[in-house]
Design a protein around this ligand. Structure first.
Ligand SMILES: Cc1cc2nc3c(=O)[nH]c(=O)nc-3n(C[C@H](O)[C@H](O)[C@H](O)COP(=O)(O)O)c2cc1C
Length: 179
C-alpha cells in the first residue's frame, strides 16, 4: 500500500521528518511510505488557485492516488506550524476538490517539550475532521523530549517509541484494509 507522509517542519534537522524516516524504516510489510517535501510549496494564496502552483498540485495528486496519509506535526506556540497550515489549505482547495476527504490519516508528532505536540495534534485533528478525513483516534502518538529519543544522525533509537510507532502503523494498515 502506498502512503504519503508529510512533515510539518521545514527544519533540516527536524525530529518530525526524522520520525517519518523511522516510520519508513519500521513500516509493516507491504507498506511503502514516501515522504513529500513541502518546503517548495508557496504559502497558500487564493489568487493562485486559478493556475494552481505545480508543487501544490503534485502533492494533491500524490495524496489522491495514495491509500493513506501520515502527518508528523511539530508544535509551534501550542498549535501546528504555519507551513503545515498552508499545506492543508492547498489540499482543501479548489472548492469541491478537497484531496483529504475520505483519506485514512495517522497523525504523529515530535516535540522537544514534555507534552509531545498534544495541543498541536488537537488543532490538526479538528481541521482534518472538518475536511472529512478519517483520522485515527487511537493510538495517539506523542513523542516528547525528542532530543533523548534520536541519535545525532537523526535515527530513532528509543525502543519503546519504535514499538509504539510500529503499533500505530499497524493500525493504519488495519484501517485501510479492514479484516
Ligand atoms: C516558533 C516555535 C514555537 C515552539 N512552540 C512549542 C510549543 O508550543 N510546544 C512545544 O512542545 N514545543 C515548542 N517548540 C519547540 C519544538 O518542539 C522544537 O523546536 C521541535 O524540535 C520542533 O520540531 P522539529 O524538530 O520537527 O522542527 C517551539 C519551537 C519553535 C521554533
Amino acid at each position: 500500500m502506498n502512503i504519503v507522509a508529510i512533515s510539518g517542519s521545514l527544519r533540516k534537522g527536524s525530529y518530525n521528518t526524522a520520525l517519518l524516516r523511522a516510520a519508513r524504516k519500521h513500516a509493516p510489510n507491504g507498506m511503502d511510505i514516501s515522504i513529500f517535501d513541502i518546503s517548495a510549496l508557496p504559502l497558500y494564496n487564493q489568487d493562485a488557485e486559478e493556475t494552481f502552483p505545480p508543487q501544490a498540485q503534485a502533492l494533491k495528486d500524490a495524496i489522491e492516488s495514495s491509500n493513506g496519509v501520515i502527518i508528523a506535526t511539530p508544535e509551534f506556540n501550542r498549535s501546528i506550524s504555519g507551513a503545515l497550515k498552508s499545506v492543508i489549505e492547498w489540499l482543501s482547495r479548489p472548492w469541491g476538490k478537497n484531496s483529504l476527504a475520505g483519506k485514512q490519516i495517522l497523525v504523529l508528532g515530535a516535540s522537544a517539550g514534555q507534552y509531545g505536540t498534544i495541543v498541536a495534534q488537537q488543532h490538526l485533528k479538528m481541521m482534518l475532521l472538518f475536511l472529512d478525513a478519517h483520522v485515527i483516534g487511537q493510538p495517539e502518538f506523542y513523542l516528547s523530549h525528542a532530543m533523548q529519543k534520536f541519535d545525532e544522525s537523526g535515527e530513532l533509537i528509543d525502543k519503546e517509541t519504535i514499538r509504539f510507532l510500529e503499533q500505530a502503523l499497524e493500525t493504519l494498515v488495519q484501517r485501510i484494509t479492514p479484516q
